[in-house]
Ligand binder design. Structure first.
Ligand SMILES: [Zn+2]
Length: 97
């Protein structure tokens, strides 16, 4: 017998958005409902992450707006889940399960 397991998340499961600097690994995190705008730089010497109002900045802001819109869809007769790669869940120390 073959058993296949899969991991999925619903948009309602999304609680935070975080950005990790690939240079120094500092993480900045916001509750998704309170997110205003992405950080455009890190305090280390990684350089400018994105131009304020630029393409990357806009894409991130639109993606968060999209998440908000899908989270608000609770009356539909269906649910939407995204499949994620097994083993790709990141646990943050102190996070409740
Ligand atoms: Zn950094």
């Amino acid at each position: 017998m073959t058993v296949e397991t899969k991991s999925t998340i619903e948009f309602g499961d999304i609680q935070t958005i975080e950005f990790e600097c690939k240079n120094c690994h500092f993480v900045r995190s916001w509750p998704i409902d309170a997110f205003q705008a992405p950080p455009h730089e890190c305090a280390c010497d990684s350089g400018l992450w994105m131009a304020l109002g630029g393409d990357t900045y806009s894409k991130i802001k639109h993606a968060v707006s999209f998440i908000h819109a899908l989270k608000a869809m609770t009356k539909e007769p269906f649910s939407i889940r995204l499949g994620i790669k097994n083993g790709s869940l990141a646990h943050v120390s102190g996070e409740k399960d």
